[in-house]
Design a protein around this ligand. Structure first.
Ligand code: CA
Length: 750
């Protein structure tokens, strides 16, 4: 009974297969339906119609299938391999829609399925140019999807088999790389070729249902003329032409009864690859025609092939640094935001390119370098000092620095910080003991801590973090692996700070590594309430007081030497890794970066037009509360006011944007500890305040602040003036009736 059923089933299967072959033949080896069998997609994120040539032909699109668990792999060893499916259809038809490779999603691969221009859109080499453009685009964008740029396999059937074979053998050929991402490699690491044509000049010599030598054959249409009269074009389109021993491993599968693309086409490719020593397996499916193998054995062979070549392979690409031996040229990588190796310039010049330096007198260049250093110098800070800089604002920032503490180091008060600041200033802002507003600021410091005396100086690494949801007003501490930092030894320290993806999601993270080893990962942060707040500041800080010695009950604080060395700083949007290998030319010099604040419009919006101004030359205008004075800037007129203040109402009406700036000059004629700017908020039905300190009696001072920095509430943590209407302003201060301040050159910029 069982045997009978099975035999009926087999006969039915054979019949079905036969019918399928007939169908295929009638469409001129078009749709390889039988091999492109439908696979159910579960648990995948599907990104459809991604333009791999932005603004290119409508066929230059691909679908990307990502297993749900991808994303957030910051080290490349965690990243997934990718299989790219190239459809068949005689270069005349077919679509990325039916993609048999999606079965690999379950096995922990990502899958892409591409369209390319058909022969009616453009003749060869348009098709291979498109395939290569797709590989380059994918490779350039893999990181953001958590994929490994060094483990890309390709699989295609029939015309797609021809194109994947070409991708495999032309990895070292430049002529088909055209257009965008041109510096990105189009090499692939494994090729599975399902019965693709190869040598068009020989394809007509074997039995086939197609007259391949005819002027309207698929091959003739592809190369733009009858194959036998265009042998050179055939050679150019033949994967065998480009076979070299550095080609990636191949798996070739072909039915011995293929009546469309003769089996011999694969035989020729196999022999050429084998001859030069390329790793190749040629599997002939007995009795099978043009695809439709429907064989678990063949499926398993393909699975094993990709598993062996991609999945089980340790990627040679470890991290960003491994692409640039000795960090040479790393500053030119588009993922890199800032570098300094301290090989160039004086301390003064270094401070100038960073944008801000403090206690210059405590900072000097040193010839003490770490063992992997590709350079000759590091920077040395004693007691206190900092370098502070800005990068383009990003949602995820990685920072790497090398650091060494003095052998006799004590406990350190504050150390290196990453900061997100909505209204960046050239100098680091204070804020200790203040909870920052969720739309204005968050920061994390990677710092050594003695953990209340448990560890000798400088202690162990921990994060010291400020954000709007922190529990205490003095910030929060996150301790990772409790590994004593050895004084007098160089370390590679790396930090990652990742903003939450949207205001309601608590998916922010912070991670740190020491010498490439993960030491601490902390997740679940809602760092910010608006995605306008970006991570944009890096603070190389060495700040010391006697407080940590007390907290850690240091018995010998007087014997401590507070000195530190830093080197090889790289800030990027991807995991960087320790310096890898040596530069080609021995020692190298990076072109150091400069602060993003020094490039107008890169970090701060370019100032718009001045929409209101008053310099008091023709009287007070609508300013009230004071009187005209002749002691203005450069002998001009000014406006003098007392503690009751100066105000202007209903004279202008300006909507508050990120770029809206308020500027004026003040000269106190008395001692004024602090002045408050008050702006009535229509949105919040309350006053917004902005406080200014640091005045010197008798000295003019330029005040400039972004209007959104004014905040409801005296503690400055309330909502900002964003999207409010600015139509009034009042300046007040505390003092005696006779105390006076001069105001001049008042301006508002949109
Ligand atoms: Ca250096």
């Amino acid at each position: 009974m069982c045997t009978l059923n099975r035999s009926v089933y087999h006969r039915f299967k054979k019949l079905a297969f036969f019918l399928a072959v007939i169908c295929i033949l009638t469409t001129n080896y078009g749709q390889i339906k039988a091999s492109e069998k439908k696979v159910k997609i579960t648990d995948a994120r599907i990104l459809r119609d991604l333009e791999y040539i932005p603004g290119g032909h409508e066929r230059n699109r691909l679908d990307l299938y990502l297993p749900k668990q991808t994303g957030g792999q910051e080290k490349t060893s965690d990243k997934l391999p990718l299989i790219i499916w190239v459809h068949g259809g005689a270069w005349q038809a077919g679509s990325k829609k039916n993609c048999p490779a999606i079965r690999f999603l379950r096995k922990g691969y990502a899958v892409a399925s591409i369209n390319y221009r058909l022969s009616r859109h453009a003749i060869f080499p348009a098709q291979i140019e498109d395939c290569k453009a797709a590989v380059r685009w994918l490779r350039a964008n893999l990181n953001r999807y958590g994929l490994d740029p060094n483990r890309i396999g390709v699989w295609g059937s029939s015309a797609g088999g021809h194109l994947v074979a070409l991708l495999g053998t032309t990895g070292d050929v430049k002529e088909f790389d055209k257009g965008q991402n041109i510096n990105v490699s189009s090499r692939v690491q494994a090729v599975c070729d399902y019965f693709g044509p190869t040598d068009f000049t020989q394809i007509g010599k074997f039995p086939s249902s197609i007259r391949h030598d005819a002027p309207d054959s698929p091959e003739s249409k592809l190369i733009g003329g009858p194959v036998q009269q265009n042998k050179e074009a055939c050679q150019r389109a033949n994967p065998i032409t480009y076979v070299t021993k550095d080609d990636p491993p191949f798996l070739i599968v072909h039915g011995d009864k293929d009546n469309t693309v003769p089996h011999n086409q694969s035989q020729l490719l196999y022999e050429a690859l084998k001859k030069v020593g390329v790793q190749v397996k040629f599997h002939t499916v007995k009795g099978a025609g043009h695809g439709g193998f429907n064989s678990p054995e063949v499926d398993r062979m393909v699975d094993d092939f990709f598993d062996k070549q991609l999945k089980s392979k340790k990627s040679t690409y470890r991290d960003l640094a491994s692409l640039y031996p000795g960090d040479e040229g790393i500053e030119r990588d588009p993922r890199v935001l800032f570098v300094d190796d301290f090989e160039t310039g004086t301390v003064e010049e270094i401070g100038a390119r960073w944008g801000n330096i403090s206690k210059k007198e405590n900072i000097k260049l040193s010839d003490d370098i770490h063992s992997g250093s590709p350079g000759n110098r590091s920077i040395h800070i004693s007691k206190n000092g900092h370098l502070f800089t800005h990068t383009k604002g990003v949602d995820t920032m990685y920072a790497r620095f090398y650091v060494k503490f003095h052998e006799k180091t004590g406990y350190v008060h504050h150390f290196v910080h990453l900061v997100a600041d909505r209204t960046p200033a050239p100098w680091p802002k204070g804020g200790a003991g203040e909870t920052p507003p969720g739309d204005a600021k968050f920061s994390t410091g990677i710092e050594p801590t003695g953990k209340w005396g448990e560890f000798p100086p400088p202690g162990i690494w921990n994060f010291y973090t400020y954000w709007y949801e922190m529990k205490t007003k003095w910030g929060s501490v996150f301790i990772g692996k409790e590994e004593q930092i050895q004084p007098g030894r160089w370390y590679c320290v790396e930090v990652m700070l990742k903003a939450n993806s949207s205001p309601d999601k608590a998916d922010g993270e912070q991670v740190f590594w020491v010498d490439g080893e993960l030491y601490g990962r902390f997740t679940g942060f809602r760092w910010r309430t608006t995605d306008k707040l970006k991570i944009n500041s890096f603070w190389l800080l060495f700040y010391n007081t006697d407080q940590p010695a007390r907290h850690n009950k240091d018995p010998h604080p007087e014997s401590r030497v507070m000195e530190v060395w830093f080197d090889d700083i790289v800030i990027a949007t991807e995991y960087i890794g320790p310096v890898y290998g040596r530069p080609k030319g021995g020692k190298k010099k990076a072109t150091p970066s400069k602060s993003a604040l020094l490039t107008p419009g890169l970090l701060l919006p370019k100032p718009g037009e001045v929409v209101f101004s008053q310099s008091f030359e023709d009287g007070p205008g609508n300013f009230k509360g004071g009187s005209i004075s002749n002691d203005g800037v450069d002998g001009s007129k000014a406006y003098e006011f007392g503690p009751k203040g100066v105000w202007i109402w209903d004279t202008y009406s300006i909507s508050v944007k990120d770029s809206t700036m308020i500027r004026f000059k003040l000269k106190p004629l008395c001692d004024v500890p602090e002045l408050t700017v008050m702006i009535w908020s229509k949105k919040h039905k309350d006053n917004c305040r902005y406080r200014i300190g640091g005045f010197k009696k008798g000295q003019w001072r330029d005040i400039e602040f972004r209007a959104i920095e004014a905040r409801v509430g005296w503690d400055m943590k309330g909502p900002s003036l964003e999207a409010d209407i600015l139509d009034n302003i009042k300046l007040i201060f505390e003092g005696k009736k006779t105390d006076k301040i001069l105001l001049d050159d008042f301006q508002i910029q949109q």
